[in-house]
Design a protein around this ligand. Structure first.
Ligand code: PHE
Length: 392
């Protein structure tokens, strides 16, 4: 442990010496010879791999926000330049590309990732180099605990899992089984928080089974869960497996409602599930074409015009993270990462399309969640839960 710490400190010291004051992004001079000609911002996400729709949507939303900000004159008379990296849905690659963004592209902030496991991999690097990192979508509580340079603009799983526990209780489910992805920090976190909250509300957890990302045969675990006779099954996983799990559950005669969280949000979910998720529910960020908010509707139209298809919640979260960053860059005393960090930390009532964002003392946001219901092969807005309702 001590050795690792010393090694990390050594690397930091060497990189500071190498970078020194000559490091382009760490100077505050704007324009002119040797000054900043653009504001370099890093963007890392899963553009390919298991959860490619997560990264693609987020990147598109972020790029749209930056494009609109640049069209409106940029920040401090400079355009923002996005440096985009694909982490292929892998935590190790996330580490590598974030190091590259910081040490080679000299970005002054990093936006990413979606998946908590990959944000947890990258956050210590941003913290070590003192470059602010903003995750638009990672909900695991531990992400922002990595240090004072790590921010999130979405709600946490303390809230999301509590919402699902309240929802299950409100639906009248008394006995709920849990099927989680054992290699996914997000999945493990939600299972734990849900189980505690649902039990507190008087419910019973009938049992837990596990799978791993990439598995294709879930029938043994599903049979065990079926034997416990639950009223519903919580599957806090990603769309990449949930569609197949749902089909196999129906094949073995496990016909109760399946419950999920934001990881179900992908156009690919229903493609894989077909009709197997009819009558199921999942929690998601506050974003739906059924919400008649003018800013949200404008985003739907702008996104569709640019990319040719309808955005999902990830796209909206990427857009909000981008706009919140632009706001902080404008308010920052200078373009040093540390002044930017301070500006981010004092964000108050920022009008995101997925809700008003105030960054709290733990660098998290508190926002409403929605419950989506799957009806046939369509997703419809079913219910909204505000933080105030869940606190009571
Ligand atoms: N909240 C998920 C995580 O932390 C990521 C996610 C966000 C997935 C929004 C889909 C929609 O891993």
């Amino acid at each position: 442990m001590k050795g690792t710490y010393m090694l990390a400190t050594g690397i930091l010291a060497v990189s500071l010496v190498l970078c020194g004051y000559g490091c382009r992004s760490h100077g505050v001079k704007i324009g002119g010879p040797g000054g900043l000609q653009e504001i370099p911002v890093g963007d890392f996400s899963s553009l390919t791999g298991d959860t490619a729709t997560f990264g693609t949507s987020t990147h598109n939303g972020l790029a749209l926000a930056i494009e609109q900000a640049n069209a409106a004159g940029g920040v401090k008379n400079l355009p923002i330049k996005l440096y985009t990296e694909d982490d292929q849905s892998m935590p190790d690659v996330a580490r590598t590309v974030v190091t590259k963004l910081i040490t080679e592209d000299h970005v002054i902030a990093v936006v990413g990732e979606v998946a908590s496991t990959r944000s947890l991999a990258a956050a210590p690097i941003c913290q070590q180099y003192k470059i602010p990192m903003i995750t638009p979508a990672s909900t695991n509580p531990a992400v922002t605990q990595k240090g004072d340079y790590i921010f999130r603009t979405c709600f946490t799983d303390d809230f999301q899992a509590a919402v699902m526990a309240h929802f299950a209780h409100d639906q009248g489910y008394k006995r709920v089984a849990v099927f989680k992805d054992i290699r996914n920090d997000y999945s493990i976190g939600i299972a734990k928080i849900f189980e505690a909250e649902f039990t507190k509300l008087g419910g019973t957890i009938t049992g837990e089974q596990t799978y791993q990302e990439g598995d294709t045969d879930f029938k043994a675990q599903l049979n065990t869960l079926k034997g416990q006779n639950p009223d519903a099954v919580l599957i806090p996983g990603y769309y990449s497996e949930v569609g197949t799990i749902a089909r196999q559950a129906r094949e073995i005669g496990l016909n109760v409602p399946l419950l999920g969280c934001d990881g179900w949000d992908s156009p690919k979910l229903i493609q894989a599930a077909g009709n197997a998720l009819n009558g199921c529910y999942f929690s998601d960020h506050y974003f739906s074409k059924d919400i008649k908010d003018p800013a949200m509707q404008k985003f739907f139209a702008d996104y569709k015009a640019k990319y040719g298809y309808t955005p999902d919640a990830l796209a909206a979260l990427g857009f909000d993270a981008g706009n919140l960053l632009v706001d902080a860059l404008k308010r920052a005393k200078s373009l040093t990462p540390s002044d930017l960090r301070d500006a981010l930390a004092t964000t108050k009532d920022f009008p995101g399309i997925t809700g008003k964002i105030t960054i709290d003392a733990n660098r998290n946001a508190r926002k409403a969640a929605i419950i989506m219901k799957i009806v046939g092969e369509k997703k419809v807005l079913y219910k909204v839960y505000t933080p105030e309702e869940i606190d009571q």
